[in-house]
Design a binder for this molecule. Structure first.
Ligand code: ADP
Ligand code: MG
Length: 385
């Protein structure tokens, strides 16, 4: 990292680190240098969309039909940003137990992302957003991975060696975040700030933007910082009541604008450009809200259409339950249905057949053991959102 670029930074200072390199140490929160006038319009637009999304979520009878698939979409996109490549289909296949699921280690990591997210949302009930919660999310995210992926990383522990971003060695790195010995001070400040009165009075979206930069620039873990940092966004929004349910997932849009995302973070450190970063972050929020609202509407319409189909046929109430489940889990197996509906294997097979005949499910052609049935229309809405 070229220290010349950062030596006059208004948002942090340089510290000497391993191999006589310089690291960038961000100032403690709260940040200085945010010009409220410049972001007020963007903030208000993003807040309006967030309110609309909250409303759309409330109109949907069972929010879990949305939360589950949206979280999987997020897990795939957030992992893709980091070079862990899995498709939504691979993830659903692995979760359904298909042996043909591609690239199991990558997909396993994406499943871990889902688990870490679920943990964080649940933990909010009795834990503040704390370093304890954050390290536990990291532990879940990187647990059980093959050595080739994790290397010497201890899941759930802060870095012990200097890490770097961009480049292949410390000396060619584009950016060197704070040194390991600063972790307890900086993460302590991070935790105190998130729970401070000042942060609680701050608009939730602004808090999410600021803390995301800070977390990434501290870069507390050897790896997994991008993902844990993005996991914190829906958690902060839920914690602050900006959403009743965790329905907002930013990674798909960040993935589309990855270069702007990285540049936005970099420029806060380089020139103190908080406003540029916050503006970008709020754009992502606004777009994501609009897109999610549209997706919710499509899923809602399809849900009503499907329930109408089976109601006309006066079929068992369990069919309605199974239809709802297809929205949560668009890839299903006979055994899975047997367990979920607590019915016999034969009856589960018949229920699936009924949904096949109604054009709701069709057999996944590439998996024979177990047979997998896919709700394609639902899957496509999620895949293309
Ligand atoms: N210049 C920068 N300043 C701060 N954070 C950055 C910078 N460039 C990239 N990042 C963040 O670092 C993340 C990658 O860090 P990494 O620990 O590898 O995360 P993961 O394993 O989840 O990949 C990016 O997704 C981004 O959030
Ligand atoms: Mg990484």
């Amino acid at each position: 990292m070229d220290p010349e670029i950062f030596k006059n930074s208004p948002t942090g200072s340089l510290a000497i680190t391993e191999h006589s390199q310089f690291a960038f140490v961000p100032d403690e929160l709260p940040p200085r240098g945010i010009q409220n006038d410049a972001i007020i319009n963007r903030l208000s637009d993003a807040n309006i969309q967030l309110g609309e999304l909250k409303g759309a979520g409330r109109n949907f009878p069972n929010p879990y039909l949305l939360i589950r698939p949206l979280q999987r979409r997020e897990a795939v996109a957030s992992s893709n940003i980091e070079g862990t490549h899995t498709t939504l289909s691979d993830l659903f296949l692995l979760e359904a137990g298909a042996s043909e699921a591609k690239r199991p280690p990558d997909t396993r990591e994406v499943m871990n992302y889902v688990s870490a997210l679920e943990y964080g949302i649940k933990a909010l009930v009795d834990l503040p957003i704390s370093t304890r919660m954050i390290t536990e999310m990291h532990r879940i995210l990187l647990s059980g991975l093959p050595k080739t992926r994790g290397g010497s990383i201890v899941p759930g522990e802060y870095k012990r060696n200097q890490n770097f971003i961009g480049g292949t060695t410390l000396s060619t790195a584009r950016f060197i975040p704070a040194p390991p010995q600063e972790m307890s001070r900086l993460m302590g400040n991070f935790e105190n700030f998130i729970n401070s009165d000042l942060a609680l009075r701050m608009p939730a979206l602004l808090l999410a933007a600021i803390t995301h930069y800070q977390f990434e620039t501290i870069h507390p873990f050897p790896d997994g910082n991008g993902r844990v940092g993005r996991l914190l966004v829906p958690i902060i929004l839920k914690h602050r009541g900006a959403l009743d349910e965790p329905l907002l997932y930013i990674s798909p849009y960040i993935e589309e604008r990855k270069d702007d995302y990285i540049a936005g973070l970099y420029n806060v450190s380089k020139t103190g450009d908080w406003n540029g970063w916050i503006d970008f972050f709020l754009q992502i929020i606004e777009k994501t809200c609009r897109n999610t609202i549209r997706t919710i509407q499509k899923l809602h319409d399809l849900n009503i259409e499907y329930l109408g189909k089976v109601q006309k046929a006066r079929r068992s109430a369990l069919l309605g339950k199974l239809i709802d489940w297809c929205f949560e889990v668009p890839y299903i197996t006979i055994r899975g249905v047997e367990k979920y509906l607590d019915i016999s294997y034969l009856s589960a097979r018949n229920h699936i057949k009924t949904l096949e005949a109604a054009g709701i499910l069709s057999e996944y052609p590439y998996s024979k053991k177990p047979k997998i049935f896919v709700a394609w229309e639902i899957y496509e809405i999620l895949e293309t959102m």
